[in-house]
Ligand binder design. Structure first.
Ligand code: SF4
Length: 286
């Protein structure tokens, strides 16, 4: 670690490890519902708020189906629209990077809710105040090195990282971390691993030898776009294949081939992950 560098708050969320147990969601409720932590935040109301909001998505169609879960707290953006829109310090960034809504200054200002492009800010009608995840700033200031959500995640899908900029840059590169909705340009401190499961699509299918009705184990699959090979794979012992990390809205040519059988080819432009269904490979006529 650089001697003069200051550790700041970062969070890694691994989309491939989240299995929707909701421990993080419940820990957040346990921490904040009914508990005021001035000057950090007032209590979260009983209903209506999801400071840790788990989005859910199905990928593919039966029988080739996956589910992806995207835990979504405040992203604690370094270039935060909520902070930029705040002229009176009602929303501010701490030196450790955490973005905080001042519960006194935010009182009576529902317009703060609309400043977040991720929908991470909620309106507390009873207290008349805008609220959101505070990154457990009140705990970190007491010496905690975990947030409540990172502490309880049983799969390690959520990790809090207190690191200086140089360390964080190294970690982000080594782990292939990405920003959710990077086009927003908000430079979030929450970064995602395996984000392809949310933002990319797969093409799958089940290959069968038509003459024997056997699974076409070992059939070779290629995916191309504009005559360039994008990826390739092999059908498993059920004849199934999945080629993932493809761009939605792009036209792909799929080929499936096996020795002694005619080449199968089709073109698809998937907006979502797609199961091509059963692909019957015809035997080459002798
Ligand atoms: Fe602000 Fe929304 Fe970014 Fe959180 S995610 S820092 S509320 S803009």
């Amino acid at each position: 670690m650089g001697g003069l560098e200051v550790n700041t708050w970062h969070m890694i969320i691994d989309v491939a490890r989240c299995h929707d147990c909701n421990n993080c969601f419940l820990a957040d409720k346990d921490e904040f519902v009914g508990n005021d932590f001035p000057p950090y935040t007032l209590a979260q109301p009983w209903t209506g708020h999801r400071w840790m909001n788990i989005h859910r998505k199905e990928r593919g169609q039966y029988p080739i189906v996956q589910v992806a879960y995207l835990p979504m707290p405040c992203q604690h953006c370094s270039d935060a629209p909520c902070v930029e829109a705040s002229t009176d310090g009602a929303v501010y960034r701490r030196p450790d990077g955490l973005v905080i809504i001042d519960p006194q200054k935010a009182e009576g200002h529902p317009e703060i809710v609309d400043t977040c492009p991720y929908g991470a800010i909620y309106w507390n009608e009873e207290a008349r105040v805008a609220q959101k995840c505070n990154g457990c700033a009140h705990l970190l200031d007491q010496g905690w090195t975990e947030t409540r959500c990172s502490q309880v995640c049983p799969t390690g899908a959520i990790r809090l990282v207190l690191a200086d900029d140089a360390e964080w840059t190294e970690i982000a590169a080594a782990e292939g971390l990405e920003d959710y909705h990077s086009h927003l340009g908000t430079n979030p401190r929450v970064k995602y691993k395996n984000l392809y499961r949310w933002e990319k699509v797969f093409i799958g299918g089940s290959a069968v030898f038509k003459d024997t009705d056997e699974c076409a184990e070992g059939a070779r699959v290629t995916i191309s776009s504009e005559d360039q090979l994008v990826d390739k794979g092999t059908a498993n012992n059920y004849g199934e294949f999945i080629i993932d990390r493809l761009d939605p809205g792009t036209a792909y040519t799929v080929t499936v081939e096996a020795d002694g059988y005619q080449l199968y080819t089709t073109t698809v432009t998937p907006d979502e992950s797609v199961n091509l269904g059963t692909i019957f490979l015809e035997k080459v006529a002798l």
